[in-house]
Ligand binder design. Structure first.
Ligand SMILES: CC(C)(COP(=O)(O)OP(=O)(O)OC[C@H]1O[C@@H](n2cnc3c(N)ncnc32)[C@H](O)[C@@H]1OP(=O)(O)O)[C@@H](O)C(=O)NCCC(=O)NCCS
Length: 187
């Protein structure tokens, strides 16, 4: 009997364990810029801005790279200047080839585990209403830990963006404390 074996294409090679998560430095700036630029619907910032994130804000930013050093994920964040218990997540981008493996989730967990975030009790971010992937990713992150979420419009499309951009909703996750972060780091 003739049997044909059709090999399934491996659309998503590599496992989460194959990626390295670390703080960025200036040598990452240009690659970060390219990754964000091809990660629609994110709006790219200037390379200069990415370089500042990679240097001045390195303690609260994460790069994820393959074992041969290719950039696969990026998270920029900072502690709110007047609210040291709030980590504001600016952008998360995962290269299309690396999506669905838990990279975004792991970058957030990595951030919360840093010394720079030891006083953090809330994550805040803004998400546009139509960015389903982002809503799902942040909601799942909070739900897995049973952390509360709330949301409201932070920047109104008409008032703050002169109608050129949709509303940006603020999503707040928390409060949580350091012990809870440690307990659920791998969840
Ligand atoms: C949104 C984005 C960062 C998700 O990255 P990712 O590494 O694929 O996400 P993860 O694999 O860590 O997924 C975390 C959770 O979110 C869910 N999720 C992620 N993307 C999803 C999607 N498109 N649809 C449904 N659920 C999704 C996953 O199923 C997972 O749930 P689980 O914890 O129950 O397993 C990625 O799709 C991306 O870079 N998009 C373009 C840029 C962007 O929109 N960024 C938004 C944040 S500012």
């Amino acid at each position: 009997m003739f049997t044909e074996t059709i090999e399934e294409p491996d659309k998503k090679p590599g496992k989460l364990e194959d990626y390295v998560f670390r703080k960025p430095d200036a040598s990452d700036g240009a690659n970060v810029h390219e990754l964000v630029a091809r990660s629609k619907p994110l709006l790219p910032n200037s390379t200069y801005c990415n370089l500042l994130q990679c240097t001045h804000f390195a303690d609260t930013c994460v790069v994820a790279e393959t074992d041969d050093g290719k950039l696969a994920g990026w998270t920029s964040a900072y502690i709110l200047p007047k609210q040291p218990n709030v980590l504001f997540v600016w952008q998360i981008a995962v290269d299309e080839s690396a999506r669905g493996k838990g990279l975004a989730r792991k970058m957030l967990a990595e951030l919360l585990n840093r010394d720079a975030c030891e006083d953090v009790q809330f994550i805040e971010t803004t998400v546009t209403p139509e960015n389903d992937a982002a809503w799902k990713m942040f909601s799942r992150f909070a739900y897995r830990r049973r952390w509360k979420t709330e949301q409201f419009i932070l920047f109104d499309g008409r008032i703050h963006f002169s109608g050129e951009h949709t509303d940006e909703h603020l999503l707040r996750i928390g409060p949580f404390n350091r012990d809870q972060v440690d307990e659920v780091l791998d969840s």
